[in-house]
Design a protein around this ligand. Structure first.
Ligand code: GDP
Ligand code: IMO
Ligand code: MG
Length: 422
């Protein structure tokens, strides 16, 4: 069984926890897009692990973790992550595989990410990790792949070509100093030496895994409305976040995918700029942010918070082909008297019949809410659906009904055992 896990909102849905749970019964866990803009949290007892590039399955002994071709890699960050895992006694060396086709993030990508933000009239609020500029170079066909770091003449030529153009831009457009070839070359050769043992043909490894009936879990990063095509452009990330990205980002054909699980939070959050129709007013946003600990796992920025937007999630279910839903953070809604779900939008007083992809219009829509009575009881120690408060069950049933999709898992806390399977 090969399963894709995708976020159906704006990221941080709790994918890390769900991947950690599902990786128990998977053999391979694969990142297929994005880079260290992702921050996936797994909590095991008092230990908190935050993954940026290494698949969250690495905590399960014997699982093979793959960083496939669709991912962009900042080698410095990856090596730090590997070292930290090793310090904690996690065996990484034999279990981590990196595609030689992954594009590499250089310091000029990170600086460019920041400089472009400063120059924009409307900032995107990127993570400033160089993700966008690295994907730009991939598409512009001047990017450097990790496998090319091992071929001295190719690496030298490509780095020289890149610096010729980029240093001119830095100096002339941004009035900044450029980068020294020698310094970058030496630094990246050091990284290359360390990463060499992990780099290989991951498409082949995954195909062999499928041949021998092993199961693969595809670990989506970000969320559907940060997708480069279907997200709230330009307030998006630079990769294909939706489930179809799992094929492009690994080289596996679509018929290998058996199941797509969409992860949602019981409410909505967003980090960075961009439209957010159901966003709370500041005071309630602060309250939920503190209750749900809604601070970015990568940048520490406060996350914007709002009501659950089913109209948006319904579109995400369709874009991803999600056949089941995992809901996280239901416990954060404990004790809230009235809970709202957005079931549609009005634009210029007209009810919209279909989802709107124009970010300007999207920023002007007014949500249509359905209101529900909340529950007073704490849900965080509940282990089975039947023990949930009546109104919490109603909330979940309504979500299933509105999405015409079944909820297979409800999370009521960050620990592994704070999970209700349906
Ligand atoms: P991801 O990027 O989708 O993996 O999500 P993040 O890790 O960035 O953010 C989710 C946060 O919520 C993490 O701090 C998790 O430990 C936490 N979390 C996950 N599930 C639950 C839950 O059911 N309840 C609570 N209270 N926290 C949760
Ligand atoms: P996980 O995998 C939440 C957001 C940034 C910004 C936009 C573009 O943890 O869910 P980028 O640096 O990618 O160019 O930034 O995308 N963003 C995320 N928001 N969770 C993430 O990942 C994100 N990755 C990027 O905040 O708005
Ligand atoms: Mg995150």
């Amino acid at each position: 069984m090969n399963t894709v896990i995708v976020g159906l909102q704006w990221g941080d849905e709790g994918k890390g926890k769900i991947i950690d749970l599902l990786s128990k019964s998977s053999d391979y866990i694969v990142r297929f897009q994005g880079g260290n803009n992702a921050g996936h949290t797994v909590v095991i007892k008092e230990k908190v692990y935050i993954f940026h590039l290494v698949p969250s399955g690495i905590l399960r002994p014997n699982k093979i973790c793959v960083i496939a071709n669709g991912v962009v890699i900042d080698p410095k960050v990856l090596l730090e992550e590997i070292d930290k895992l090793k310090e904690q006694g996690i065996d990484v060396d034999k279990r981590l595989k990196i595609s030689y086709l992954c594009h590499v993030i250089f310091p000029y990508h990170r600086i460019m990410d920041k400089l472009r933000e400063i120059k924009r009239t409307h900032r995107i609020g990127t993570t400033a990790k160089g993700i966008g500029p690295c994907y730009v170079d991939k598409v512009a066909r001047c990017g450097i792949r990790i496998g090319e770091l091992f071929n001295d003449s190719v690496f030298k030529e490509k780095l020289k070509d890149n610096l010729k153009e980029k240093n001119a831009i830095f100096r002339k457009v941004y009035n900044q100093e450029g980068f020294s070839f020698k310094k970058l070359y030496d630094e990246y050769k050091r990284y290359a030496d360390k990463l060499y043992p992990y780099v290989c043909n991951t498409k082949l490894i995954l195909e062999k895994a499928i041949e021998s009936k092993r199961s693969i879990l595809f670990e989506g990063a970000q969320g559907t409305f940060l997708d480069i095509d279907f997200g709230t452009y330009p307030y998006v990330t630079s990769s294909s976040v939706i489930s179809a990205g799992a094929c492009i980002g690994t080289g596996l054909a679509p018929f290998h995918i058996d199941k797509i699980v969409g992860v949602i939070k019981a409410y909505t959050t967003r980090v960075g700029e961009g439209p957010f129709p159901t966003e709370f007013l500041p005071k309630f946003s602060d309250f939920i942010r503190n209750k749900g600990n809604e601070f970015g796992a990568t940048t520490g920025r406060p996350r914007r918070c709002g009501w659950l937007d089913i109209f948006m999630i319904k579109e995400a279910v369709s874009l991803n082909g999600a056949s089941e839903i995992a809901i996280t953070k239901l416990d954060v809604l404990d004790g809230i008297k009235k809970i709202k779900i957005c079931v549609g939008y009005k634009y210029k007083n007209q009810i919209l019949k279909e989802f709107i992809y124009d970010s300007y219009i999207f920023s002007k829509v007014k949500p249509i809410y359905k209101e529900f009575d909340g529950w007073n009881e704490s849900t965080s120690n509940i282990k089975s659906y039947k023990d949930l408060p009546k109104n919490a069950k109603n909330y979940l049933k309504e979500i299933e009904k509105l999405l015409s999709t079944s909820v297979s898992l409800v999370s009521v806390g960050s620990q592994r055992d704070q999970t209700i399977y349906l």
